[in-house]
Design a protein around this ligand. Structure first.
Ligand SMILES: [Zn+2]
Length: 229
């Protein structure tokens, strides 16, 4: 599926800038995207059409080259106990609907129970899982002490430092790194290395999905592959 998508769409019009400056600083859609290839070109859609938009033959009434499958959203990772760094647009925007290139981003750390710990102008908070955000799983091996308990201690340490939020010097990303390092993770990486090695690999697939989603919405729910390569 990944190679099909690579061939079909360019995500050049969506750029998710995961620089540290953007990490300072939803609306949900449950439309699932399907993909199939009846004859010569891949087709993305929300609902399977009766007739192939390429050759106009009945999709289900004639031979189909690649049967329909769901194009799983990289912004929706389902239930998991894998601790993860989550990234979403700041200011209540949604990646799918109103994120624009260059918008500020916000990040948090999700523990193995699905609770997200983050730091904003209002201080520390804990919330349920964020929807429609980028997931960057972290390399965490469970210990005898639950991660949640260890994070409680780290948050107490953070508060004891009397950290006042600053969009560039003491922000959500700084808090996430503080927690990861307190857990003994990624201690040999600086900010830029962590972003490029852990976060960036997840943004290109998200950008591609967002581009396809938006073209489907603006194009009436059907998107035909334009090129073979
Ligand atoms: Zn066809």
């Amino acid at each position: 599926m990944a190679t099909q998508e690579d061939e079909v769409i360019s995500a050049e019009d969506i750029q998710i800038d995961i620089s540290a400056s953007r990490l300072g600083s939803s609306q949900t859609s449950r439309h699932s995207i399907k993909c199939f290839k009846h004859c010569s070109k891949f087709v993305f859609c929300f609902e399977l059409p009766d007739y192939c938009p390429v050759c106009n033959l009945s999709v289900l009434g004639s031979e189909i080259l690649v049967p329909p499958s769901v194009y799983k959203s990289p912004l929706d990772h389902g239930l998991t106990s894998q601790p993860t760094v989550l990234v979403r647009p700041s200011k209540g925007k949604s990646f799918l609907h109103d994120y624009a290139n260059g918008d500020d981003l916000h990040c948090g750390l999700m523990d193995e129970n699905g609770l997200v710990h983050d730091f904003t102008e209002n201080g520390l908070s804990t919330s349920e899982e964020w929807l429609n955000c980028i997931h960057a799983p972290i390399d965490y091996s469970p210990t005898l002490v639950p991660m949640n308990t260890r994070l409680c201690k780290l948050k107490t340490d953070w508060l004891a430092k009397n950290v006042r939020y600053h969009p560039e010097t003491a922000n959500c990303f700084g808090f996430v790194l503080f927690c990861l390092r307190g857990l003994g993770l990624y201690t040999d990486m600086n900010e830029e290395e962590f972003i490029s090695e852990v976060i960036i690999p997840r943004t290109s697939e998200a950008a591609r999905y967002i581009a396809i989603y938006r073209q489907l919405v603006s194009g009436g729910g059907i998107l035909v592959q334009q090129t073979q390569n």
